[in-house]
Design a protein around this ligand. Structure first.
Ligand SMILES: O=C(CO)[C@@H](O)[C@H](O)COP(=O)(O)O
Length: 222
């Protein structure tokens, strides 16, 4: 599958979100929105009202990543609001199958996220319930952290699991993805790349997205 780039607005100027999203709307595929509640992760960002507002101003679908303690309660509302994709964390969800089905029933793609130290194997049987598996390549909570190479073998195993079941599940990596690290992620089998600092920290965010895509596709042999 061709690489998909999902710039994270965590690294954008929160006071100018619509303009920041417009900067990448011609070159990116998705807009990654990090919802953090200061419980599941030690940071507080934004929630449903901001997502609803942003939906009216984004030409690209929103890829909402819920880093919150109670995703079972909140995830369906993001899908109903019009998010293109809603990802819940395996470590937080108490009823993941019900919640993933509710996300799909509301018309969004359902994502399951796992932290760097969470093994992927226990979730193999859930692959049929999801459209995307998100593997964190930093500890969740903040942008601008160093990429964790130690997670790459898990990305490789996840790709094998998905291929083994012949499922159309996208494999997303999130955290520390940059022009220096994206090739390693693509070689390991990732096909959706979240990048915050590498895009919004660049002088030309649109060009940064083009560059990331070119590197990912070259590494994947696309
Ligand atoms: O979910 C998170 C952080 O928890 C990410 O989406 C970051 O926002 C990615 O930012 P960079 O590491 O690419 O700067």
């Amino acid at each position: 599958m061709a690489a998909k780039i999902s710039p994270s607005i965590l690294s954008a100027d929160f006071a100018r979100l619509a303009e920041e999203v417009a900067l990448i709307s011609d070159t990116a595929d998705w807009v990654h929105v990090d919802v953090m509640d200061n419980h599941f992760v030690p940071n507080l960002t934004l929630g449903l009202p901001v997502v609803e507002a942003l939906l009216k101003h984004s030409a690209l679908p929103l890829d909402c990543h819920l880093m919150i303690e109670d995703p079972d309660r909140w995830a369906p509302a993001y899908a109903e609001a019009g998010a293109g994709s809603v990802t819940i964390h395996a470590e937080a969800a108490k009823a993941p199958i019900r919640t993933l089905r509710a996300i799909r029933a509301a018309g969004a793609r359902a994502g399951l996220g796992i932290n760097p130290a969470t093994p992927v194997e226990p979730y193999e049987d859930l692959l049929g319930e999801i459209d995307m598996l998100l593997i964190m390549t930093v500890e969740p909570g903040f942008g601008g952290q160093k990429f964790l190479d130690v997670v790459l073998p898990k990305v490789r195993r996840a790709r094998q699991m998905i291929a083994g079941r012949d499922l159309p599940v996208w494999l997303q990596v999130d955290g520390g993805v940059s022009a220096e690290t994206i090739e390693r992620c693509a070689e390991a089998g990732a096909d959706v790349f979240v990048a915050g600092n590498a895009v919004y920290g660049a002088d030309d965010p649109a060009e940064a997205v083009r560059n990331l895509r070119a590197k990912a596709e070259a590494a994947a042999g696309d």
